[in-house]
Design a protein. Structure first.
Ligand SMILES: Cc1cc2nc3c(=O)[nH]c(=O)nc-3n(C[C@H](O)[C@H](O)[C@H](O)COP(=O)(O)O)c2cc1C
Length: 363
C-alpha cells in the first residue's frame, strides 16, 4: 500500500497536477449580481482551494435557457468571461489548475428562471422536481421537447461555452453529463421517448454527447475536454436506472476511448442501488475495465478510501466535494492528519462570504 499515492503528481494530458486530489464541481449561488457574473469573491473562494491538484468549477451556464438555478455564474456573455478571468488569474497565481464545468439544466428548471419560457428537454416529460425560484420552491413543469433545430442550437451553445472558457484562461472544460441535467435526460429512457435519431436505441440516446464533442474538437484542443457521468443515479433528480442504462454508459465510455479526452469524471451511486440489478454497483471498478484514459472518481471519499482506490488502480484521481467546500486547505490537512471542518449545509447556496470564504485553515 502506497500511503503517499494521493500526494503524487499527475500528468493530465500535459497539464501538471501537484497531487491527485481534485475539487469536485459545486454550485454555490454567490453571483447575486444582475448579470450573474463570477466576482472577486468567487476568485477568492477558488484561490483559497488552489492547493488542490485540480479544481473543477461549479456548473456554469452556457446560455440563458441553460439556467435552472439562481445566482450561478454563467459563461455566455462578455461580462461573464471578464468575471471568470478574476478566478483563473487568482488560481493560476497561487499555482493551481482549474477547469470549467459547462452546464445546461434542461427540464430541471422553471419558467420563472427562463423569462416565462418553458424549460427544454429531450422529451415533454415533467421530472417532478422542486425548483428554487425567486418565489421559493416551485414544482417543475412539463418541458418543451427539443426540435432538431433546438438540439443544434444547444450543441452550438456548448461549443461556444468551451471557446469562452478557453478565452477566460481555464485549463480545460468538463461537460456536465451527470446528475439528471440535459445530457443525462437524453441518455435515460425515463426522460427520453424520442423516436428520431436522438431517441430509441442506445446509440441514439448517446448521440447528443458525441455531436457536442465533434463540434468542440473543431475549435478547441479536445485533450483538454472531459465529461462527467453519474451512471447509477436512480430515483432522484428525475432519473431512473433502466434495463439499458449499463449498455448506454458502456457504449459511451467505450467510444470515448477514441476521443483522447483529458479525463472522464465518474460518480459512485448517490443512493443505495444494491438491490437493483440494472445499476452499476462499483462505478470506478466497472469503467476501469473499459476506459483507457484518466478516470476521476467521486462521492463520499476520505483520505483512507481515496488512498485505497488509487492503490487498487480503479481511478487515477479522486475528487472531493463537501470536504473541499469546508476545508480550503484539505491537502495540507490530509498531509498532517489534521481533523476536518464540517460543511455547513445551511450556507451551501446562500449569498455572501458566510460558509463560502470564511472556513478556517490550519495556519
Ligand atoms: C453544494 C453542492 C453543490 C453541487 N453542485 C454540483 C455541480 O454544480 N455540478 C456537479 O456536477 N455536481 C455538483 N455537486 C455534486 C458534487 O460534485 C459531488 O458529487 C458530491 O458533493 C459528492 O461528493 P462528496 O461526497 O465528496 O461531497 C454539488 C454538491 C454540493 C454539496
Amino acid at each position: 500500500m502506497n500511503k503517499q499515492a494521493i500526494f503524487e503528481t499527475y500528468n493530465l494530458n500535459g497539464l501538471q497536477l501537484s497531487n491527485r486530489l481534485v475539487m469536485a464541481p459545486m454550485t454555490r449561488s454567490r453571483s447575486t449580481n444582475p448579470e450573474t457574473t463570477a466576482t472577486e469573491l468567487t476568485a477568492l473562494y477558488y484561490k483559497q482551494r488552489a492547493t488542490a491538484g485540480l479544481i473543477i468549477t461549479e456548473g456554469t451556464f452556457v446560455s440563458q435557457d441553460a439556467v435552472g438555478v439562481m445566482n450561478v455564474p454563467a459563461i455566455y456573455t462578455k461580462q461573464h468571461i471578464e468575471g471568470w478571468k478574476l478566478t483563473t488569474e487568482a488560481v493560476h497565481q497561487a499555482g493551481g489548475k482549474i477547469v470549467a464545468q459547462l452546464w445546461h439544466t434542461g427540464s430541471y428548471s422553471h419558467p420563472d428562471l427562463l423569462e416565462g419560457k418553458l424549460p427544454l428537454s429531450a422529451s415533454a416529460i415533467n421530472p417532478n422536481l422542486q425548483v428554487f425560484t425567486t418565489e421559493g420552491f416551485k414544482g417543475s413543469v412539463t418541458p418543451k421537447a427539443m426540435a432538431l433545430e433546438d438540439i443544434k442550437k444547444r450543441i452550438a451553445d456548448f461549443k461556444q461555452g468551451a471557446v469562452n472558457a478557453f478565452e477566460v484562461g481555464f485549463d480545460g472544460v468538463e461537460l456536465h453529463g451527470a446528475n439528471g441535467y440535459l445530457l443525462q435526460q437524453f441518455f435515460s429512457k425515463n426522460s427520453n421517448n424520442r423516436t428520431d435519431e436522438y431517441g430509441g436505441s442506445v446509440e441514439n440516446r448517446a448521440r447528443i454527447l458525441f455531436d457536442i464533442l465533434d463540434e468542440l474538437k473543431q475549435v478547441v484542443d479536445i485533450a483538454k475536454v472531459s465529461v462527467r457521468f453519474n451512471p447509477s443515479l436512480h430515483g432522484i433528480m428525475g432519473i431512473l436506472v433502466d434495463d439499458e442504462t449499463i449498455a448506454v454508459y458502456d457504449y459511451i465510455v467505450n467510444r470515448l476511448n477514441e476521443y483522447g479526452l483529458a479525463y472522464i469524471h465518474l460518480v459512485e451511486p448517490f443512493t443505495d442501488v444494491s438491490n437493483n440489478p440494472n445499476a452499476i454497483q462499483e462505478v470506478a471498478k466497472h469503467f476501469r475495465k473499459i476506459y483507457k484514459g484518466t478516470i476521476i472518481i467521486n462521492r463520499g471519499f476520505n483520505k483512507e478510501t481515496a488512498t485505497k482506490v488509487l492503490n487498487d488502480g480503479d481511478a487515477d484521481l479522486v475528487s472531493f466535494g463537501t470536504p473541499f467546500l469546508a476545508n480550503p486547505d484539505l491537502v495540507e490537512r490530509f498531509k498532517t492528519d489534521t481533523p476536518l471542518n464540517q460543511p455547513d449545509q445551511a450556507t451551501f447556496y446562500t449569498a455572501g462570504e458566510k460558509g463560502y470564504t470564511d472556513y478556517p485553515t490550519i495556519g
